[in-house]
Design a protein around this ligand. Structure first.
Ligand SMILES: [Ca+2]
Length: 85
């Protein structure tokens, strides 16, 4: 099927975003607050055997992903976040 490889990749990303929201959106608000996002980043770094992000690194990274600057990550923004990693 044409484009099936891309479709599969998209599905993987959607699954990953669902998983992240299920695990880290502890108050069920449908967006990830900054402190919730810090847990996501640190868990991913730990899984990769990397040191935790410093506050400066995290703030820079968060600002990059939070494209509308409202200090929370929507599912759409998290999708971009997941494809970056
Ligand atoms: Ca945002």
């Amino acid at each position: 099927m044409p484009g099936s490889a891309l479709g599969w990749a998209d599905e993987m990303v959607i699954d990953k975003v669902d998983e992240i929201f299920k695990k880290y959106d502890v108050d069920g608000s449908g967006v990830l607050e900054k402190r919730e996002c810090l847990n996501v980043i640190n868990d991913i770094l730990t899984q990769k055997g990397l040191p935790r992000a410093s506050a400066a690194q995290f703030n820079r990274y968060f600002a990059e992903v939070d494209t509308n600057g409202d200090c929370v990550l929507s599912r759409e923004e998290m999708t971009k976040f997941v494809t970056k990693f």
